[in-house]
Ligand binder design. Structure first.
Ligand SMILES: NC(=O)c1ccc[n+]([C@@H]2O[C@H](COP(=O)([O-])OP(=O)(O)OC[C@H]3O[C@@H](n4cnc5c(N)ncnc54)[C@H](O)[C@@H]3O)[C@@H](O)[C@H]2O)c1
Length: 318
């Protein structure tokens, strides 16, 4: 039987691409997109779309009952950079929406949940290279604290109430179709837009800051793969490490220069440098590989070509 899916935060960077992919897979009527704001015309016209403030439990429950939803992808959150400016708002949004969805599943109103965690669950005391699945986690950002807490609650709801919740610790995600939502890895998207438009970019992180990154298509594939895996393969009910690749602003700028020889980069680190410094440089995702056969496919060169071609095509079309 086809699932009936609700995506919360469907107009965001990940939600929008997830909506299109799931609609292609299951049929538009089986995937209800929702967000607190309107998104692109193409997203809103490609299937059912509802304005929803996911912090409102009653509105969320009504939508789930109205559409007979059985799976929820909760993509609404306040991301790392913005969360440092509005700590309490970030905590309220990130935690309350998760509790609402977990409680709806506990009460038997939905069967399965996807909730994304992040590499931000790690902190300055975590081993930085090839960071293991299980290790010291002392996040120093509001965003990271909300994600680590969320992981603990997901595992608790699975163990105590049998809630089928599945989660991935996304690294920084790179895509061109929807703008990024205020994270510390946003530079790795902005750099492509500025390279094409201005042939120069001022980076808000320092040149040798290595961070784990992934192309959006890989992240969407991983999200669908973990949701479709047989229940017994999901041995970790907090959240799975997901690796991808790792690079610094200097490395990516040198690769872009091969395509745009006049491109130049300068560095003016801001408050996001401290966030980046507290995160891993690279991630070990063997557990995801072993449990549900995860494997990423985009390497840095693939990402560079896809981003440059995609942005150029979008500029031509507009
Ligand atoms: N993008 C990344 O690189 C990255 C990395 C790690 C984890 N994540 C996680 O993935 C998820 C999605 O991230 P994203 O990059 O798409 O974020 P985003 O900011 O682009 O999108 C979030 C969406 O949620 C919506 N939203 C905010 N408050 C809402 C509310 N009260 N009710 C309903 N919708 C609301 C926003 O309007 C926005 O469209 C988040 O949980 C984020 O923490 C993202």
């Amino acid at each position: 039987m086809k699932p009936r899916i609700l995506i919360i935060g469907a107009c965001g960077q990940i939600g929008s691409e997830l909506t299109f992919t799931l609609r292609e897979k299951h049929g538009a009527d089986h995937v209800i997109a929702s967000d607190i704001r309107e998104g692109s015309a193409s997203l809103m016209q490609s299937g059912p779309f509802e304005i929803l403030d996911a912090t409102n439990y009653n509105a969320l429950e009504d939508l789930i009952l109205h559409y007979d939803v059985n799976e929820v992808y909760l993509m609404a959150a306040m991301l790392s950079g913005t969360a440092e400016k509005f700590p309490m708002k970030a905590w309220d949004l990130n935690m309350n929406t998760l509790f609402h969805v977990l409680n709806l599943a506990k009460d038997g109103k939905i069967n399965k949940i996807f909730w994304p965690s992040s590499i931000a669950v790690f902190g300055p005391s975590t081993p930085k290279d090839n960071t293991p699945q299980k290790t010291i986690m002392e996040p120093s950002t509001v965003y990271g604290i909300s994600k680590q807490t969320g992981e603990r609650w997901c595992e608790y709801y699975f163990k105590r109430y049998g809630v089928d919740v599945r989660s991935i610790r996304y690294p920084g995600l790179i895509s061109y179709k929807t703008p990024p939502g205020g994270g510390t890895t946003d530079y790795a998207i902005e750099i492509f837009h500025e390279a094409i438009k201005e042939e120069k970019y001022t980076c808000f992180l320092s040149e040798n800051t290595a961070l784990p990154m992934m192309y959006m298509d890989d992240a969407i594939n991983a999200t669908i793969a973990i949701m479709e895996a047989p229940k017994e393969q999901i041995e970790i009910r907090s959240s799975y490490n997901l690796g991808g690749i790792s690079f610094t602003p200097k490395e990516i700028s040198e690769k872009i220069q091969k395509h745009i020889p006049n491109f130049s980069i300068s560095y003016d680190p801001d408050f996001r440098q401290a966030i980046a410094d507290s995160w891993p440089s690279s991630i070990n995702d063997e557990a995801a590989q072993n449990h549900w056969n995860w494997k990423h496919s985009f390497q840095l060169e693939d990402i560079i070509e896809t981003m440059l071609n995609g942005i150029k095509q979008e500029l031509k079309a507009n």
